[in-house]
Design a protein. Structure first.
Lengths: 456, 374
């Protein structure tokens, strides 16, 4: 009782402290913007950029406050959870276990593991798990074909109304799946994407930074996009798709090429774009999963370049149809596609060209950047009642120091399509053998039904 | 590459057979770690304010922005002299007639009170307040630029102990600090403005609207520059004030001719007048040289230029002020050359008594009529 009261009191104190600080910051940003407004015509490009980014960010945060998750309580659809796996002998058993721990009627749920030609003990682990979970289905590629092919195989093998993808390094809350399928009561909804928190956020500073980033990317960005049914990226870590719609775009998705190369990553974004043209894509904040993020800087940077590349490709594609969406969603999406391309120039102008050529102090720009970072961080600390709010500032420093510049690196190396974090590279080999391990019944042995399939 | 490298494996371990909801952080963070997290999170709050404080304290823009915020809620300080000082100034100040003491200030900021910079551009707010209190006690009468022009034309007289306070550059801090302080003493001043400066650096310069509002308090808005508050290539490796040197023309590999120089100066002088008139919304009768440079000192590449600049300035403005002759400063009289009127640059290190002394010495040497106060 005392502990509860103390916690409640602490929470109120913490939130009001951060709330006051946040309000003061917003006032500071507004005041400085107002002071600098007269300089607009003197430097329309850079001043315009600053104002546009501020409006964009403010509108995102404001819109996200209007976001409400879907509360529909209709009949549950049949669901297939598809888990692509590649050399994950340590993790796969836990993934399977967690998939079956999900609170969903067993007669409406099945799970497909697609082993993308693992060379370690992944497949053996899957077989062991199959002894415990008779409803487990498993597919295996004879050699690595890429995550996209693995996902497609899972989609084809399923017969459920909804296909749900869970990354092998993600964990679901017990009620996550029930929550995730709620939005499908609306026939216009093609994809529902869940909320991802960072599973290993306590590991080190880098994972702490990513926790803040994930929170804002999901709760703020996807939340505000969801109001218009126009989430631009249904996250790969936990999303559900209407299977009949998937089948319509599956071949096009599998054979997607970009700049003459087969598209081997950004699978989630690519699929989102294909369905977003005609349907709604929504975010369901109550469907929560926890996903593991890179713990070393090198891996993190490699992952970020990969994300940038798929962002680049899919942003270009999104530009071809987003004007048909709600005007607010369209404007903010086009704007958010332009900002990262311009940001490095603006940063260089403010921190290098201005100070060196015109003797302008970079302090003014830096303090503005810092104010933005603080606002972002305090918002996180306030919403999550987290003492690790400061990680947001560290993330913005990392972003301005390194990640911003990666955009051009991604443009320059757009045609280089190796995965970076996965050992297997893309292989467009001909006859691929897929071993289908279907419904292994009984406690004795694993009867394996084999099916020879040819790659399309 | 195993999943362990991704940091996944450790995070996974607790999931198997365990709860799907992770505690804060992978594994059990433990009470000590959680406590540490909160302590760091709490300490980080005050620390996070430091960059803002540093900005407000050390950056020019930051100082002006914090001053702006402070002035929105708080008046500038009010300074009163000790009774003995006030009595001294009242009793000892010379009563001079037919002469005008012209002072020039630039900025007025709090931090200059802490470290007054000799020959600096910014005087401390409290020090400026002391100066004003001294002017009042000593019986100086501040006059407008229009009154000075009328006096120079011979169509009006100046009061005894006439004082012209001028500010150059149209700085925001002069508006925020000096204007309300002068108003409190019932005094007026002149602001010489740079065309386009506000649009270029709005945090640093006063807005045209604020400048125009000063006129209702008796201020004059006069000309200082259009684009001449800059330096140009003098061809000898130096960058010299815009109006004080012949400009090097790199395309032709030569210095501009004297005729070209004259034309450039004339255009600039007219542009500066038009800019000041547009900003202040009134007639412009005076000009103050940017950087006090018009070719008469070492900041030139041709000694013949001063004659040209003064001639051109006289053609555009009834009154032209320079900052020459600081050591033997003499007040302006009706006989002064209207193209070479001198101002006394108020050094931020001078206290009220030092300024008073200099004015007394100047009027004793240069005013047509001088008598004791009593």
């Amino acid at each position: 009782m005392t502990a509860t009261v103390a916690r409640l009191f602490g929470s109120i104190l913490w939130r009001s402290t951060l709330g006051v600080y946040l309000a003061a910051l917003v006032a500071f940003v507004l005041l400085s913007k107002a002071v600098y407004l007269p300089a607009f015509w003197n430097d329309p490009i850079f001043a315009g950029y600053g104002i546009a980014v501020s409006i964009y960010l403010a509108s995102r945060f404001a819109l996200s406050m209007l976001y409400r998750p879907c509360r529909d309580d209709g009949p549950l659809p049949t669901v297939t959870i598809v888990i692509p796996a590649m050399n994950e002998e340590d993790a796969i058993a836990g993934t399977i276990e967690a998939a079956f721990a999900v609170d969903y009627p067993p007669e409406l749920l099945d799970v497909y593991i697609v082993d993308d030609g693992s060379t370690d003990r992944t497949w053996a682990e899957v077989r062991r798990a199959a002894e415990r979970f008779p409803q487990l289905h498993a597919l295996r590629f004879s050699h690595n074909r890429g995550k996209r092919a693995a996902m497609a195989a899972g989609i084809r093998a399923s017969s459920a109304e909804i296909v749900c993808f869970v990354d092998s390094d993600s964990r679901l809350e017990p009620d996550a799946l029930r929550e995730l399928v709620r939005p499908f009561a609306d026939r216009r909804v093609a994809i529902a994407t869940g909320h991802a928190d960072v599973l290993n956020r306590g590991d080190n500073l880098l994972t702490r930074l990513q926790e803040v980033r994930y929170y804002v990317a999901f709760r703020v960005i996807k939340g505000s996009e969801s109001i218009f049914g126009a989430v631009t990226c249904a996250s790969g870590c936990f999303s559900a798709y209407r299977r009949d719609l998937l089948l319509g775009v599956l071949e096009r998705w599998e054979s997607q090429h970009f700049l003459g190369r087969e598209a081997t990553f950004g699978d989630d974004r690519a699929l989102t774009n294909m369905l977003l043209r005609t349907h709604r894509v929504v975010y369901q904040s109550t469907a929560r999963c926890h996903t593991a993020v890179p713990t070393t800087m090198r891996r993190f940077l490699v992952q970020q370049v990969r994300w940038k590349k798929s962002w680049l490709r899919e942003s270009l594609i999104a530009c071809t149809f987003f004007y048909r969406k709600h005007p607010v969603a369209a404007v903010s999406t086009y704007a958010s596609n332009i900002f990262p391309l311009v940001a490095p120039i603006v940063l260089f102008h403010a921190l290098v060209l201005g100070p060196v050529r015109a003797g302008i102090s970079p302090f003014t720009y830096l303090i503005g950047l810092y104010a933005m970072a603080m606002a972002y961080s305090l918002y996180y600390g306030w919403q999550r009642r987290s003492p690790y709010w400061w990680a947001g500032v560290a993330f913005v420093a990392l972003y301005a120091g390194i990640l911003v510049w990666q955009t051009y690196w991604a443009v320059l190396t757009a045609r280089k399509t190796s995965w970076g974090t996965r050992a297997g590279l893309v292989d467009d080999g001909g006859g691929l053998r897929i071993i289908d391990l279907i419904g292994a019944p009984g406690p004795v042995g694993i009867p394996i039904a084999m099916a020879e399939l040819r790659a399309a | 590459v195993s999943a362990r490298d991704d940091g996944v494996a450790d995070a996974i371990r607790w999931t198997i057979g365990g709860p799907a909801r992770p505690p804060d952080g992978a594994g059990d963070p433990g009470l000590r770690r959680r406590l540490l997290g909160w302590i760091v999170g709490l300490i980080a709050l005050p620390i996070s304010v430091l960059p803002f404080l540093a900005f407000a304290r050390f950056d020019d823009t930051g100082k002006l922005m914090s001053l702006r915020a402070e002035r929105a809620v708080k008046e500038p300080p009010s300074v009163t002299l000790p009774a003995s000082d006030a009595a001294f100034y009242a009793g000892e100040s010379a009563v001079y007639g037919g002469a005008l003491v012209v002072l020039v200030y630039h900025g007025v900021m709090d931090d200059a009170d802490r470290e007054p910079e000799s020959e600096g551009m910014v005087v401390g707010t409290r020090r400026f307040g002391e100066h004003l209190a001294m002017f009042e006690a000593a019986g100086f009468r501040t006059v407008s630029m229009e009154a000075v022009a009328a006096w120079q034309r011979g169509s009006a007289e100046l009061p005894d102990r006439a004082l012209l306070i001028t500010f150059d550059d149209g700085r925001q801090d002069a508006i925020l600090n000096a204007a309300p302080m002068l108003k409190r003493h019932g005094m007026r001043a002149t602001m010489s403005v740079i065309g386009g400066a506000y649009e270029h650096a709005p945090a640093y310069h006063a807005s045209p609207r604020d400048l125009r509002a000063l006129r209702t308090d008796g201020w004059s808005i006069e000309a200082h520059a259009a684009e001449s508050h800059t330096a140009i290539d003098a061809g000898d490796g130096r960058r010299l004030p815009y109006l004080a040197a012949r400009r090097y023309l790199p395309a032709e590999g030569r210095l501009e001719t004297l005729a070209e120089f004259r034309l450039r100066v004339r255009r600039e002088l007219v542009a500066a007048r038009d800019a000041a008139s547009a900003i202040g919304g009134g007639e412009v009768v005076s000009f103050t040289w940017p950087f006090g440079a018009y070719g008469a000192d070492s900041r030139t590449n041709d000694p013949a230029l001063a004659a040209i600049t003064v001639q051109e300035a006289r053609a555009v403005y009834p009154l032209v002020f320079n900052d020459d002759g600081q050591d033997g400063y003499l007040p302006v009289t009706r006989d002064s050359d209207s193209g070479r009127l001198q101002r006394l640059r108020v050094d931020p290190t001078w206290d009220a008594r030092e300024l008073w002394n200099r004015i007394q010495v100047a009027v004793a040497a240069g005013a047509p009529t001088v008598r004791d106060a009593t």
